[in-house]
Design a protein around this ligand. Structure first.
Ligand code: SAH
Length: 342
């Protein structure tokens, strides 16, 4: 039998059952396999000790277990941030980041190979869009990072490569599987979008329990168009009314991310504008000092960052600052990009 081009982790329960039946395995084996994959984090079929060898041989001939293969890890086991380079079954590369901080272990995962959105300050944009990841590939990043980490992962953020809302169905399926198969509370899973308006409304309508983050980065429409050209299609008014709609419908706070770019959006008057615009909306703001990607932008100096933050002192929303982890290994927000070699 030639190997299927999907992996076992890519199969939905009915496909997995059909495969097992086709090679003569009893249906109860599915639960055992499931436990080996999701509870014991095995790498290979032959690690499944309570399953007959002959069945394992047939399974491994029929199908790969994991859709992704780790090809490189940057950072040693003792470091708080490590970056993982994975290869998909059709030979593309993606990156995911594992971060430990106090009692939190967070994984930052990719939703696409490359990205079509073209934010001017983000390294992934330079790759262009290559392909969507499947739900199985989304789940597998978390599974393999949890195995490599040796610690229970506490939080998952869709803030790696790609625009999750341009791969909406697979991202929602993947996040749902993280919730159901791996037991992550929905509120420990954050999906971050550059602002694909209809999908913000859809997420509210579908009453998805995952957290929503929106990369805002500028209030002024012209300024935002320059750094995030998708604003031509998804205007500030539409974005803000979708955010209001999301809150009205779900009563859940959105986190707005604000990447601070020197001389672009880092003045106290930018801070005041942020307060004016977000005041009517219960939310949080996460300020991310820009991480270097070698382009036209720079990170503001510390004094400017401090002044920007003090302009938000009386804001009606909570403000946090994300000093990205792993910028020394290009694993910080917006630094994930792969030069594909033919
Ligand atoms: N496409 C999604 C998810 C990936 S980007 C989105 O736009 O939200 C994840 C976060 O990293 C976003 O908030 C983005 O604004 C931020 N980011 C991108 N490039 C960055 C950079 N060079 N420095 C700091 N943050 C960056």
């Amino acid at each position: 039998m030639s190997k299927a081009n999907k992996s076992f982790i890519d199969l939905d329960p009915s496909e997995a059952k059909a495969l097992l039946t086709a090679i003569g395995g009893e249906p109860f084996r599915l639960e055992q396999i499931h436990n080996w994959i999701y509870k014991n984090h095995v790498s290979n079929w032959d690690e499944m000790e309570n399953i007959p060898r002959s069945l394992l041989n047939d399974l491994s001939e029929a199908i790969l277990l994991h859709p992704l293969e780790i090809i490189h890890i940057t950072g040693s086991k003792t470091e708080s941030t490590r970056k993982f380079l994975f290869k998909t079954q059709n030979g593309h590369n993606i990156e995911s980041v594992l971060m430990h901080e106090k009692d939190r272990t967070t994984v930052c995962i990719s939703s696409q190979v490359g990205c079509a959105v073209d934010c001017k300050f983000c390294a992934t944009a330079s790759m262009g869009f290559i392909q969507n990841l499947s739900a199985g590939e989304i789940v597998d990043q978390v599974l393999q990072l949890e195995r490599e980490s040796g610690k229970k992962i506490t939080n998952v953020v869709f803030m790696g490569m790609g625009e999750p809302f341009l791969n909406y169905n697979r991202v929602m399926d993947g996040a749902t599987r993280l919730n159901q198969d791996l037991g992550f509370g929905a509120r420990r899973i954050t999906i971050s979008t550059a602002g694909i308006v209809p999908k913000i409304r859809k997420m509210a309508d579908e009453n998805r329990q995952f957290k929503l983050a929106i990369s805002l980065n500028a209030i002024d429409e012209n300024k935002r168009k320059k750094i995030m050209p998708l604003t031509e299609t998804h205007s500030m008014d539409d974005l803000m009314s979708a955010a209001q709609y999301y809150y009205q419908k779900t009563k859940r706070f959105i986190t707005f991310e604000f990447v601070l770019l020197e001389g672009i959006n880092d003045s106290p008057s930018d801070g005041k504008q942020l307060i004016q615009h977000l005041s009517g909306l219960p939310c949080k703001v996460n300020v991310i000092p820009y991480n270097e990607i070698g382009g036209e932008f720079s990170r503001p100096d510390e004094q400017t960052i401090r002044e920007f933050l003090s302009s938000l002192k009386n804001a009606p929303f909570t403000v946090t600052v994300r000093w990205s982890k792993g910028t020394d290994i290009d694993a910080g927000c917006g630094q994930l990009a792969i030069k594909e070699v033919a």
